[in-house]
Design a protein. Structure first.
Length: 461
């Protein structure tokens, strides 16, 4: 609540701290940096006028769901069953606040426990935490977890020769790599990015990159370009050199593709938005983190466990809470405060509603429709697949026209045509990454192809 300070209140406070005016508080700020112009704040509005004004402003937003969406890169237009909103809208669930142990209801704890169970079943991993913030920070938390497993980070690691090194494929989401770099800024760990000129991390390139201070390898499969990485070979190679393997995965892809546990991955993370959460202009989303049983004591965040009460009834408790607020700082594995409770619940409902067969059918729709889209696109003169790799629901094409101009033209036809790859990779000028989910019909894909064909033909003529 906003409480107005009267002129008398302001003078009393200024006198107490020993200055004569509010301007004195900003004396350390150089004059050119101060805002001196009038703010031109309009007159106040009534509640009805303000409601109408905000409604008109909101109508200016255009969400991906308002048109044909072929966007990807971690945020996807997947179908969301109505049962998800029906359940999470219940008052006992619908809160942005995730309670601590003393306040957590058995229902909330059970929901997190079911989420953890479903994540383990989905990935083939041994343990899942109760969720993290989103995909990028999940990658960073996994690397920090790897540092803890390899015992890097103490006072003895403050000299350059003691720094750890994490090997990251260039084919990983560039924004995930940026988040990781931010997390590691003041930690004794450096990032070595391994080039992926062919659109994937080759085992030979990984072998050459491994050094004496390397502790972990981070790979995205399917990767940012849409291609599938050689996870068996990469994981085997990492383990031969006593490195941890961290995989970032697409949850929907596991309806058809092998899970991280099958490859022997040590830590598996994901962006869980595709599991029943709307695109929502980029967030909030859901971070997934799973690992092998032997690393459970190093897992960040919180872990809900199942037990029995004194009467022998099944119940749930927060088994692990490895943050400074709950345990000694030297034993903390992360400073993450909480988990994405509402979105973890959405993911649990989504997976329970679809079941293994439903998830398989969803993944099958994605792979069939994306391959159909590519086949039709490549019939346009000058359009070709950028990387000769198997892919799941995303792929990258090389175009004979300016991608930015094409996307602008498509947007005018209410089509979100994909991602301009040069935004993150300058070397890939006129490369477009396209995602096709089960939501796209054949007619919609054909509409997209026709619009792209029309623009490319005109641009080349």
């Amino acid at each position: 609540m906003y409480l107005l300070n009267t002129p008398e209140d302001i003078q009393a406070m200024l006198q107490t701290i020993g200055v004569t005016s509010i301007e004195d508080l900003f004396a350390s700020i150089p004059e050119p940096l101060r805002l001196s112009r009038d703010l031109n704040i309009p007159p106040s509005l009534s509640e009805m006028e303000l409601t109408n004004h905000l409604t008109q402003l909101a109508k200016r937003n255009q969400s991906a769901g308002d048109g044909l969406c072929f966007l990807g890169g971690g945020s996807y237009d997947h179908f969301i069953p109505a049962v998800i909103d029906a359940i999470v809208s219940r008052s006992e669930y619908y809160t942005a606040y995730t309670p601590y142990q003393a306040e957590a209801s058995q229902g909330s704890l059970q929901a997190f426990f079911e989420y953890q169970t479903l994540m383990c079943q989905l990935t083939g991993m041994d343990v899942s935490n109760a969720s993290l913030y989103e995909g990028g920070s999940a990658v960073a938390e996994a690397v920090i977890m790897a540092m803890a497993i390899k015992e890097y980070g103490g006072k003895e690691a403050q000299t350059p020769e003691k720094f750890a090194e994490v090997l990251v494929a260039e084919s990983m989401h560039p924004e995930y790599r940026q988040v990781l770099a931010t997390y590691l800024t003041n930690l004794p760990c450096r990032i070595k990015t391994i080039a992926t000129p062919d659109g994937y991390l080759s085992p030979e390139a990984l072998r050459k990159a491994i050094g004496p201070q390397s502790i972990a390898v981070v790979v995205q499969h399917p990767n940012f370009f849409g291609g599938l990485e050689q996870m068996n070979e990469l994981t085997t190679l990492a383990h031969e050199h006593q490195l941890l393997m961290i995989q970032s995965f697409d949850p929907i892809s596991l309806g058809l593709l092998k899970g991280p546990g099958t490859f022997g991955v040590d830590i598996a993370v994901a962006e869980g938005q595709s599991l029943g959460t709307p695109m929502s202009f980029g967030g909030p989303y859901l971070g997934v983190l799973t690992c092998r049983q032997e690393y459970v004591r190093k897992i960040p965040g919180r872990l809900v466990g199942q037990t029995v009460d004194r009467r022998g009834n099944r119940c749930w408790v927060l088994t692990l809470q490895t943050r400074e607020q709950h345990i000694r700082r030297d034993k903390a594995t992360s400073n993450i405060c909480t988990n994405q409770g509402l979105f973890a619940l959405r993911a649990a409902i989504y997976l329970a509603a679809l079941g293994p067969q439903g998830l398989k059918e969803t993944a099958d729709h994605c792979i069939r429709k994306s391959h159909y889209c590519l086949e039709q696109l490549c019939k346009i003169p000058g359009v070709s697949l950028a990387f000769s790799l198997p892919f799941f629901k995303e792929f990258t094409v090389r175009l004979p026209v300016n991608v930015s101009e094409l996307l602008t033209d498509l947007l005018g036809k209410n089509i979100h045509g994909g991602l301009d790859l040069s935004r993150w990779y300058p070397q890939y000028k006129n490369h477009l990454t396209i995602a096709v989910t089960e939501n796209r019909t054949r007619e919609q894909i054909d509409q997209f192809i026709a619009a792209a064909h029309s623009f490319i033909t005109k641009a080349k003529s």
